[in-house]
Design a protein around this ligand. Structure first.
Ligand code: RP5
Length: 167
């Protein structure tokens, strides 16, 4: 298990394979930027289903508050994770070789009523990390302030693009 930032992890980052890490690292990086401790782990809904049940069933007890799960292809990891927990689950469709991630997106987003997964765009692990920060920020003034500052920087960067447009 790969920890990031300091303290007890409050966000679990799951991925179906280590080949997903180059994408999922963006979620871990955002959490670190906001001072939120996370842990990353490879668990597969298909290859190690017992490990998934064990990890997710104990997540609340270990102090996790949000789970981010990324998978590609027949991407059942986020959905099965959501089946095993009351925690909010954010799904990241990994871009696949054969279908460019459309398979992953549809596998993750089309959950049955009663078992939601908050699905971000294909490869959009940074947004998954930000959404986790926003969820945790609902009851946390420090995070609310940091998110407000982040939005301010985003707006400044967007306005600055006007200065570099070709005449
Ligand atoms: C999925 O299969 C993983 O999430 C990964 O995106 C994809 C390919 O896995 P590897 O063959 O790289 O292990 O379960």
């Amino acid at each position: 298990m790969k920890p990031s930032a300091s303290g007890k992890p409050v966000v679990g980052i799951l991925m179906g394979s280590d080949s997903d890490w180059p994408t999922m690292k963006a979620a871990a990086d955002v959490l670190t930027e906001f001072g939120i401790a996370s842990e990353a782990k490879v668990i597969s809904a298909h290859r190690t289903p017992q490990d998934l049940e064990q990890y997710v069933s104990g997540a609340v007890g270990r102090g996790l508050r949000v789970i981010i799960a990324g998978a590609g292809g027949a991407a059942h990891l986020p959905g099965v994770t959501a089946a095993f927990t009351i925690l909010p689950v954010i799904g990241v469709p990994i871009e696949s070789k054969s279908l460019k991630g459309l398979d992953s997106l549809l596998s993750i987003v089309q959950m049955p009523p009663g078992v939601p997964v908050a699905t971000v765009g294909i490869g959009a692990a940074k947004n998954a990390g930000l959404l986790a920060v926003q969820i945790l920020g609902v009851g946390d003034e420090r995070l609310q302030k940091a998110l407000t500052e982040f939005k301010g920087r985003l707006a400044d960067e967007s306005r600055a693009k006007n200065q570099t447009l070709a005449a």
